[in-house]
Design a protein around this ligand. Structure first.
Ligand code: 5GP
Length: 201
């Protein structure tokens, strides 16, 4: 069986990343890697579904046992990708999605150069601000903080292979799927098929 693809996705908050990935993940070929974190669960979040919520010591023990494919400290908490599950799913042929921030993505780039890196961007910073204002869940001050964080994160987009702009949602979903399809049919990922075609030559 062919191995699956490792897909690393980063996006500033308010870019609609959750909506795009939710749509993509309806296809059973994809597996969403559940990260570990030391931050507290938010209302509505479930342990083992949104994150594996760990204590700082548990998290550090996993790091020391080389149990993390990558990890980063972000806003005062650890976030990391448990290694074993990712490797298991890739070997089963699933396309594994890591939804992680930039520092972690750059660690994966060093360890797994064959992974594909996708940055999801808003059409403009002012549109991002509008979306956050319309969402109505944050104060004006927090919105400005998010907007300036987003502007900094977007500068890292050049380190990714693809940039999916979420202007029109359906277009963004179809662009994301197109990226994955292009990866699937890359020559390096088609070795089994080429061998099969040549078998009776
Ligand atoms: P939040 O606390 O809002 O759920 O996530 C904060 C940031 O941490 C987001 O940018 C999210 O993509 C990132 N993140 C989530 N899981 C991981 C992980 O396993 N590793 C890294 N490096 N970042 C993560």
């Amino acid at each position: 069986m062919d191995k699956g693809i490792l897909i690393v996705v980063s996006a500033p908050s308010g870019c609609g990343k959750g909506t795009i990935l939710g749509e993509v993940l309806k296809d059973e070929k994809f597996y969403y890697s559940v990260s570990a974190t030391t931050r507290s669960p938010r209302p509505g979040e479930t342990d083992g579904v949104n994150y594996h919520f760990l204590g700082k010591e548990q998290f550090e023990e996993l790091i020391s046992k080389d149990g993390m494919l990558e990890y980063a400290s972000y806003c005062g908490n650890y976030y990391g990708t448990p290694r074993d599950k990712v490797l298991e799913k890739i070997n089963e042929g699933k396309n594994v999605i890591l939804e992680i921030e930039v520092q972690g993505a750059m660690q994966i780039k060093k360890k797994c150069p064959e992974a594909v890196f996708v940055f999801i961007a808003p059409p403009s910073v002012s549109e991002l601000r509008n979306r956050l204002v319309n969402r109505g869940t944050e104060t004006a001050e927090v919105i400005e903080q998010r907007v300036s964080e987003a502007a900094q994160e977007i500068q890292h987009a050049y380190e990714y292979d693809y940039v999916v702009v979420n202007d029109d949602l359906q277009q963004a979903i179809s662009d994301f799927k197109a990226v994955v399809r292009a990866e699937e049919i890359k020559t390096v990922n088609q070795k089994n098929i080429i061998d099969e075609v040549l078998k009776n030559a």
